[in-house]
Design a protein. Structure first.
Lengths: 164, 123
């Protein structure tokens, strides 16, 4: 156990490597890495821009509830949003915290307040989900294009992406 | 999620990633990143802390205006309300749980083998 109690950010890549080795897996996960990073400018002022949210959570209901679509791209409404999106199978710090407050990972109320203040032009009618998979091929070839298409259908100008 | 950010930007939709796994997001490389230094699971703020959550959402939106080049990271100033002890908890490995982790890994691999076999039978 590293005893340093300073406020340095946690090194999750190294910690994950060590953890999976301790579980007995011999091949380390390889995270994606790119030299070039695209950068799209704002098309219109923020106060006129419609924002969407993308989450890595899954729709409510786990496998025991018959939910077989935990790893597929999905969309949900930003009004009357379910309070209990599925987060249990995901990797997060279940000992320290919990996800019973949906606003901790899907900031719909916070963004609605900023719309009301005039800081942003609006919030799309839907948010979108792209559950994390270990297959970067699936993310690149299927899931990411699917999210792009859904954002375009909703006329989203900007996107807030919230990984768990 | 970093790959999704890249795809959206390539189609002209600016993005901000709001997350707590700083090294993973920065390793991939994204245009704009608001880093919240919290335990994984609550990137938008501690549970039921509406004021902190509102401030963090506003900081994320600010980045759309203030970032002028890709790989811009801003760290939110909010602190986890229960102190810094959480930093050691996630994926902890120590002498006291090494054997349990090895057994868990074995059980997991057996489950995965069974799932693969049942998929192969079904197809």
């Amino acid at each position: 156990m590293d005893q340093d109690n300073d406020a340095a950010p946690v090194g999750y890549m190294e910690r994950t490597r060590r953890y999976y080795r301790a579980l007995g897996y011999s091949n380390d996960y390889k995270w994606s890495r790119y030299d070039d990073v695209p950068f799209a400018p704002l098309k219109r002022p923020l106060a006129e821009s419609k924002v969407t949210i993308v989450t890595t959570t899954s729709p409510p209901g786990g496998p025991r509830d018959g939910n077989r679509k935990l790893k597929e791209v999905w969309s949900g409404p930003t009004t009357d949003t379910p309070s209990d999106l599925h987060t249990e199978f995901m990797a997060w710090d279940k000992e320290t915290t919990h996800t019973r407050d949906r606003e901790t990972y899907l900031p719909i109320l916070a963004l609605q307040a900023l719309v009301a203040e005039g800081r942003i032009g609006g919030l799309t009618d839907r948010f979108h989900g792209v559950p994390t998979t270990y297959s970067q091929g699936q993310t690149l070839e299927q899931d990411a294009p699917d999210i792009v298409r859904r954002c375009q259908e909703d006329n989203a100008d900007i996107a807030l992406l919230v990984p768990m | 999620m970093s790959l999704v950010a890249r795809a959206l930007e390539a189609e002209g939709i600016p993005t901000v990633v709001l997350g707590s796994g700083r090294d993973i997001v920065e390793y991939c490389g994204v245009p704009r990143f608001l880093f919240t230094d919290f335990p994984l699971g609550n990137p938008c703020g501690p549970p039921y802390e509406r004021q902190a959550q509102a401030e963090i959402a506003a900081q994320a939106l600010d980045l759309f205006e203030t970032a002028s080049a890709p790989r811009t990271t801003v760290q939110a100033p909010q602190l986890w309300p229960e102190g810094e002890g959480w930093r050691h908890v996630y994926n902890f490995i120590g002498p006291e749980n090494r054997d349990a982790l090895r057994a868990e890994g074995e059980a997991r691999r057996q489950r995965q083998d069974q799932e693969r076999q049942s998929v192969a039978k079904a197809s």
